[in-house]
Write a protein that binds this ligand. Structure first.
Ligand code: NAP
Length: 259
């Protein structure tokens, strides 16, 4: 299927590995030129080169922390008028809410709520003027089904989702859509980090826990970044202009509800 976005430009945040990289790869596969970001220069440059050589599109790598004003300024300087914006950043650490300070909360809100809102603010009016825009926020299955030890994530991402629900209905008349992609368990470093935290608590090895968690999923496995990227690319496609304010749960069927 031709997604109808060849030659467009995407800013994909936090994309040197994991889910952001999956989105970058899928968009590149459809001929989209990229600006990708991450904090670590070496991994980011390696990913940029991997994508360039595979798809022959333009990839600009911008090193920086997207949760800071400086990091966002650098990304926007390289990509002031994206047609597509994929918001992503690392997730907050797990823990017990009793030990979280105001500072911990502000950090989580900055990363997983306010940074995407700032990037939407900086880019959405240009998209509206050009009559095309696709914004995808990578959030979490926790927006539908909270994860007890990830309270900082549950709170910050639900805040972003609530904000987007309001504006996504205002931008769609201009062919600018804003949607959420909600990953359940995907096989990335982040997931492994959560297993390390929980394995200690449960007195199991990381491998034992990972195997049990995969078995407990209705799909009997974790998701992979290629299938995540494919869903992102479809939401960014020319065909998805009637989909806005939605939150697509990708969890192998783990959420037990009918809707
Ligand atoms: P990952 O494999 O650890 O990859 C994270 C990527 O983001 C890396 O490229 C990392 O590079 C970059 N990054 C992290 N913080 C950044 C920052 N402040 N500024 C710029 N780049 C940053 O993680 P992932 O599994 O893809 O997770 C992506 C997001 O989805 C996270 O918010 C995570 O909590 C959420 N999520 C993941 C899952 C899952 O199962 N994987 C499930 C639910 C939600 P640098 O470290 O070099 O910056």
């Amino acid at each position: 299927m031709d997604l109808g976005i060849k030659g467009k430009t995407a800013l994909v945040c936090a994309a040197s590995k994991g889910l952001g990289k999956g989105c970058a790869l899928a968009l590149a596969g459809d001929g989209v030129n990229l600006v990708i970001t991450a904090r670590g220069k070496d991994a980011l440059e390696a990913t940029a080169e991997e994508i360039r050589s595979k798809y022959g599109i333009r990839v600009t790598a911008i090193t920086g922390d997207i949760t800071t004003a400086e990091g966002r300024a650098a990304a926007l300087a390289a990509c002031p008028s994206p047609d597509i914006l994929v918001n992503n950043a690392g997730g907050p650490p797990p823990g017990d809410f009793r030990s979280w300070s105001r500072e911990d909360w502000i950090k989580a809100l900055d990363a997983n709520m306010l940074a995407p809102i700032e990037l939407i603010k900086a880019t959405v009016d240009g998209m509206i003027a050009r009559k095309f825009g696709r914004i995808v926020n990578i959030t979490s299955a926790a927006v539908r089904m909270p994860i007890p030890e990830l309270g900082l994530s549950n709170g910050a991402r639900t805040g972003l989702t609530g904000f987007v629900a309001g504006i996504a209905r205002q931008t769609v008349a201009h062919n600018v859509t804003i949607n959420g992609l909600l990953p359940g368990p995907f096989d990335t470093d982040r997931l492994r980090g959560n297993f390390i935290f929980n394995a200690k608590k449960l007195g199991k090895t990381v491998e034992e826990l990972a195997k049990a968690r995969a078995e407990a999923n209705p799909a009997k496995r974790f998701g992979n970044i290629e299938e995540f990227g494919a869903a992102c690319a479809f939401l960014c496609s020319a065909h998805a202009g009637f989909i806005t304010g939605q939150n697509l749960l990708m969890d192998g069927g783990a959420f037990p509800g009918t809707l």
